[in-house]
Design a protein around this ligand. Structure first.
Ligand code: CP
Length: 345
C-alpha cells in the first residue's frame, strides 16, 4: 500500500476500510510515535487546517487532535455550538441560527483541509443513527476528508488508540487473543453505543477472539453485530455474546468494561431514560473488581475514559498494575496522527 492511496478518504467508521488500509494507518501511527519520542520533526501536514466541530464535551479527543495537528505542522481550529450555526440535515426545517450542512461543509472546505465532527446524545434528540447521518451528510458535501470524532454509532479514532495499545502490550499480531467488551454499571444512562460498537468491530478485524458481554436488554445494533461476525469469520477470529460478566472474563487477555445505554437501534424512537435507568439499576453488580480480574489471563484493563469509578470499576483495578488507560488515552494522539497523515497527507 502506498502512502498516498488513502488521500482524500473520509474516516467515519472502520467498516469503510479494508484490514490492509487500517493496518497502514496503525503502522504509520507507530512510526510517528517513535519519531515524536525521538523529537524528530515530521511536518507531514505543514500549513494544513483541521476544523473541529464539537457538539459534546471532550478532554482526550480535542487535545489529541490539537496536539497532533501541531506536531504534523498544521493547525486544529476549535468550533463549538454558539460559535457556529446548528447544522441542519437535508429536508430538516431551517430555523434561527441553523444552516444547511451542504453549505457549512462546502464553505469550510474552501478554507481548510479536513473537517472533524463529534455529535451524539442530546444534540440528536437521542435518536440512534442521527449523529452518524449528520456526519455522513458533511462527508457527502465536503470535497476534503471528514473525520468522525464520535457519533452515536461509532468512535473510530478511539479504536485506533485501543488497537495500538494492545499491539504495544501484547505484540503486533493480536490473532486469537481473547478480547472482552463488557457492559458495566453507571449512575448515568447517557452513554452512546459508539465505543463498544467500534471496539468489537476493530478487535474482530484484527482476528481476535471477541466476546461481547451484557445483561439482557442491552443489545447493540444488530447490523454492527452482523458486521462483527462477518469480520471475525473473514479474519480467522471468533465472536460470541454472553450475559454473564464472570463467565466472559474467564481467560481473557483484554477486558474493556464500560456502560452503554438502552435505545432502539431501528430508528423507531429516542432513548427512554426511565426504561434505561430501570435496567441499569437492576445490574449494579456489573462492576470490574479485583476478584473478577483474577478470572482472566492476567488481562489488560482498558477504558476509553472518562470512567465512572466506583460504578463501572473499582479504584484498585483502574489504578492497578493491569490498567493501561493512560497509555491508551495517550495513543489517541498517535493513532489519529497516523490516520491524518494518510488521508490528509
Ligand atoms: N475517549 C474519549 O473520546 O474521550 P473524550 O470524551 O475526553 O474526548
Amino acid at each position: 500500500m502506498s502512502m498516498t492511496s488513502l488521500r482524500g478518504r473520509d474516516f467515519l467508521t472502520w467498516l469503510d476500510f479494508t484490514r490492509d488500509e487500517i493496518e497502514a494507518m496503525l503502522d504509520t501511527a507507530h512510526e510517528l510515535k517513535r519519531r515524536q519520542i525521538r523529537r524528530e520533526p515530521h511536518r507531514i501536514l505543514d500549513g494544513q487546517t483541521l476544523f473541529m466541530l464539537f457538539y459534546n464535551a471532550s478532554l482526550r479527543t480535542r487535545n489529541s487532535f490539537e496536539a497532533g495537528m501541531t506536531q504534523l505542522g498544521g493547525h486544529a481550529h476549535f468550533l463549538q455550538p454558539g460559535a457556529v450555526y446548528t447544522p441542519a440535515l437535508k429536508g430538516e426545517e431551517i430555523a434561527y441560527k441553523t444552516e444547511r450542512i451542504s453549505d457549512v461543509a462546502r464553505v469550510l472546505a474552501e478554507m481548510g483541509d479536513a473537517i472533524a465532527i463529534r455529535i451524539y446524545g442530546k444534540h440528536t434528540g437521542w435518536m440512534y443513527g442521527k449523529g452518524h447521518r449528520i456526519i455522513r451528510e458533511f462527508a457527502e458535501w465536503a470535497r476534503i476528508p471528514v473525520i468522525n470524532m464520535e457519533d452515536d454509532m461509532y468512535h473510530p479514532c478511539q479504536a485506533l488508540a485501543d488497537v495500538m495499545t494492545m499491539q504495544e502490550k501484547l505484540g503486533h499480531n493480536l490473532q486469537g487473543k481473547k478480547f472482552v467488551m463488557s457492559w458495566a454499571y453507571s449512575g448515568s444512562v447517557e452513554k452512546p453505543l459508539a465505543v463498544p460498537q467500534s471496539a468489537i468491530i476493530s478487535a474482530a478485524m484484527m482476528g481476535m477472539d471477541v466476546t461481547l458481554a451484557h445483561p439482557e436488554g442491552l443489545d447493540l445494533d444488530p447490523n454492527v453485530l452482523q458486521a462483527t461476525k462477518d469480520l471475525a469469520k473473514k479474519n480467522g477470529g471468533k465472536f460470541k455474546i454472553l450475559h454473564d460478566m464472570n463467565e466472559a472474563f474467564k481467560d481473557a487477555d483484554v477486558v474493556y468494561p464500560k456502560a452503554w445505554t438502552v435505545q432502539p437501534t431501528d430508528g423507531s424512537g429516542p432513548m427512554d431514560p426511565e426504561k434505561a435507568k430501570a435496567i441499569f439499576e437492576a445490574n449494579k453488580d456489573w462492576i470490574t473488581t479485583e476478584e473478577k480480574m483474577e478470572l482472566t489471563n492476567d488481562a489488560l484493563y482498558m477504558h476509553c475514559l472518562p470512567a465512572d469509578r466506583g460504578m463501572e470499576v473499582t479504584d484498585e483495578v483502574i489504578d492497578g498494575p493491569n490498567s493501561v488507560i493512560i497509555e491508551e488515552a495517550g495513543n489517541r494522539l498517535h493513532g489519529q496522527k497516523g490516520m491524518m497523515a494518510l488521508i490528509m497527507g
